[in-house]
Design a protein around this ligand. Structure first.
Ligand SMILES: *Cc1c(COP(=O)(O)O)cnc(C)c1O
Length: 397
């Protein structure tokens, strides 16, 4: 019983710091209007930025994919699990972002988490390699850096001078500068052109995690590389396909030799069962929407909602982050107050998650509002009115 008692002590410690997390089963498809444990909620939580997760064309494509390829892949990619559907998707993805790369090729992964582990462990396999990791990077990049044999330096957030100094001082044979393009808890866009210039000067790779940019940034939704008009042989690009693309999985796009190295060496790619081919088939339909007129219309609506949210929100005590993307953080500070704010929104039928450490730095607990093209202007107005009122009225609880 000591074994269990130890675990319960750990869990009680989390509870004492307001750090216990809870899952809420959602009874309906991913959309702004949900049924959650029996009650209707208007949600501002998902990363379904273009509102594609329950799109009828994608539902139809998934059914078609299942009838063509079945449900499971049956094996890993290097055995017999690599379906024609995976191969077609990889070709499409290479073409979709390849205008920004040299000799582009793409590789599809089951999840973004695994893609990040794969990139950093394969490119940073050598003990003589060095990883320069942005301090606000996503947990999956941090874990990938920990798992790599390379040594790791954390670069202070958005500090290009510090990055230049770190690169200048490094004598590593392989240098990897690693960053989120859109920081997932802040919504801020990294200065990728300046980082790339430094990487080119110092012979370093720039590894970009575009989880929140793919589909939403750029005139054609091709993500952060299109947004900034970047093109370089030093780029290694990771985009996720479970957020704006509405389905699941992720991909790495880079020079064909980088991709070949991942296929040969990356354990998170090699030692796992390939994702269901029907998902790849569905993603082809998702790319049609993202890159076409419908995607452009959805991005325009999303950007109008972001502008509306920023204009209507009038905070005096809490801090509204400077984000121009669909991620709009409201930084409250204490874990308890962030949880209370989320609970009071919930009483009004609004679902906004309270994000606490270790997901964000201690003392910066926040409400993380995410907007989607599936929201209406009326729904965003309902949220801003509730937030403005809550911030002003004292909390009796
Ligand atoms: C969501 C996310 C990931 C992980 O992607 P999954 O496909 O959900 O595993 C990686 N990086 C960032 C920045 C993310 O936001």
């Amino acid at each position: 019983m000591d074994l269990i008692a130890n675990i319960n002590t750990t869990l009680a410690g989390l509870d004492a710091q307001s750090l216990t997390r809870r899952r809420r089963p959602v009874d309906t498809a991913c959309a702004p209007r949900l049924a959650v444990e029996g009650s209707p909620l208007l949600a501002f939580c998902s990363n379904d930025y273009l509102g594609l997760a329950a799109h009828p064309a994608l539902v139809a494509a998934l059914c078609e994919g299942a009838s063509m390829y079945g449900v499971g892949s049956g094996a890993s990619h290097l055995i017999s699990g690599h379906s024609r559907a995976h191969a077609l998707l990889e070709e499409r993805l290479a073409g979709f972002v390849g205008g920004h790369l040299v000799s582009p090729r793409a590789l599809y992964f089951c999840t973004g988490y695994m893609a990040n582990l794969a990139m950093l462990t394969a490119l940073g396999a050598d003990a003589n390699a060095e990883i320069f990791s942005e301090s606000l990077n996503h947990a999956s990049l941090i874990d990938g850096a920990r798992l790599a044999r390379a040594s790791v330096k954390v670069t202070p957030h958005a500090d290009l001078g510090a990055l230049a100094a770190q690169l200048g001082a490094s004598s590593a044979g392989t240098k990897l500068v690693v960053t989120d393009s859109v920081f997932s808890m802040d919504g801020e866009i990294a200065d990728l052109p300046a980082m790339l210039a430094l990487c080119e000067r110092h012979g370093a790779w720039l590894v970009i995690d575009d989880a929140h940019g793919f589909g939403t940034l750029g005139a054609n939704g091709r993500g952060a590389l299109e947004h900034f008009g970047l093109n370089s042989p030093n780029l290694v690009y990771m985009g996720t396909l479970g957020k704006a693309a509405g389905v699941g999985g992720a991909f790495v796009a880079a020079h064909a030799s980088v991709i070949e190295l991942l296929i040969q060496r990356a354990r998170p790619y090699i030692y796992t069962t390939a994702a269901p081919p029907a998902l790849s088939h569905t993603l082809l339909a998702s790319l049609d929407i993202i890159g076409g007129a419908e995607g452009a219309g959805r991005r325009a609506h999303l950007n109008a909602l972001i502008a509306q949210f920023r204009t209507e929100l009038r905070l005096t005590r809490w801090q509204h982050g400077a984000s121009e993307t669909a991620i709009q953080p409201i930084i409250i500070g204490s874990n308890e107050e962030a949880l209370r704010a989320a609970a009071r929104l919930h009483e009004r039928g609004l679902w906004v998650p309270a994000i606490r450490p270790p997901t964000v730095p201690v003392g910066t607990a926040r409400l993380r509002v995410t907007l989607s093209a599936a929201h209406t202007h009326e729904e965003v107005a309902q949220l801003t009115a509730a937030l403005n009122e809550l911030e002003r009225t004292p909390d009796e609880s």
